[in-house]
Design a protein around this ligand. Structure first.
Ligand code: SAM
Length: 299
């Protein structure tokens, strides 16, 4: 049985007292209560006021850490009005922490408006970063992390969905989006019909007791979900990006003309092979070997 470690806290480089008139954007756990930073706790315990998406939920988080602070609600339907009031308090020199129910405020959560207005008004602001479901799922997915895009919640309305598909359909990096468990199967089937058999990872209940990753091609994952009586919990979907060769079957001639045009633009073989790999989904080292073979008169 392993022993529980006892940690000694390093001295913080930041002065213990908070800066008057500063907005502190504080990330909170996405499931596991231990996923909160020491700095976040110090800030939450020291500010004059906490602006929370749901004061009851944040109250429980504070209680878990033995903290007590005045809370005001700042959620989707009152953010405009509350932002005005909070900006006034900040301008009077009060310190305010902004938190959402889980993860980073402003990421598919309220907060972005207050942050934008505070920045525009020249109010000092800082972030105590922490977990966010999208990035947590991405790093565990095993899919490419060099380039990625976040698509928010998969849209429900047909018109918005069409625009979403056209915005992200040809993006070559990995795509991250949020979806409800009830709509997951329909959404994955819809995406398979629109974009074909890309790889994906469904990340469920991250950092919680029933954390699960379902990885595979879209048809594999759909097949596995169909065997499940009911998908439950919180979900992030990570989807492989668009690769020209895989989806359009880029022919040898097209590959050659793309490669030659990149070299003609002055890109080195290394740079051109990276670009080709991104466009085609093939390995950069194979693309490099192809470019070198042209020097040797193979094509
Ligand atoms: N601000 C949060 C963040 O930084 O990730 C996102 C808030 S958004 C309203 C909530 C959605 O995030 C959920 O419906 C789910 O798609 C995703 N999510 C949040 N926590 C999660 C978890 N523990 N596991 C999987 N997905 C999660």
């Amino acid at each position: 049985m392993s022993e529980t470690q006892v940690f000694q806290l390093p001295k913080s480089k930041e002065p213990a007292a908070l800066l008057p008139g500063t907005l502190y954007i504080v990330a909170t756990p996405i499931g596991n209560l231990e996923d909160i930073t020491l700095r976040a706790l110090r800030i939450l315990g020291s500010v004059d006021l906490i602006a929370a998406e749901d004061t009851r939920r944040t109250g429980l988080l504070l209680q878990a850490y033995g903290l007590k602070k005045p809370l005001v609600s700042c959620f989707a339907h009152n953010e405009e009005k509350q932002s005005k009031r909070l900006l006034e308090l900040l301008q009077e020199g009060k310190t305010v922490a902004l938190v959402s129910d889980a993860g980073m405020p402003g990421i598919s959560d309220p907060g972005a408006r207050l942050i934008r207005q505070a920045a525009a008004a020249g109010i000092s602001l800082t972030v105590a970063p922490g977990p966010s479901a999208g990035l947590t799922a991405l790093v565990a997915s095993g899919l490419d992390t060099d380039a990625f895009a976040f698509g928010g919640f998969f849209p429900r309305e047909n018109k918005v969905r069409k625009a979403w598909l056209s915005d992200f359909g040809s993006f070559p990096g990995t795509l991250i989006f949020y979806e409800s468990p009830k709509r997951l199967l329909a959404t994955l089937s819809f995406l398979q019909a629109a974009w074909g058999d890309r790889h994906c990872c469904v990340a469920r209940e991250l950092t919680k007791r029933y954390e699960e990753f379902i990885r595979g091609s879209l048809p594999d994952v759909i097949g596995r979900l169909e065997q499940t009586a009911e998908v439950k919990g919180e979900i992030v979907v990570i989807l492989e990006g668009y690769h020209k060769v895989k989806e359009d079957g880029l022919a040898g001639k097209e590959l050659e003309s793309l490669g030659r045009s990149l070299l003609a633009q002055g890109l080195s073989k290394k740079e051109a092979s990276r670009r080709l790999a991104c466009e085609t989904g093939l390995a950069a080292k194979d693309m490099y070997a192809l470019l070198v073979s042209w020097d040797q008169g193979a094509v």
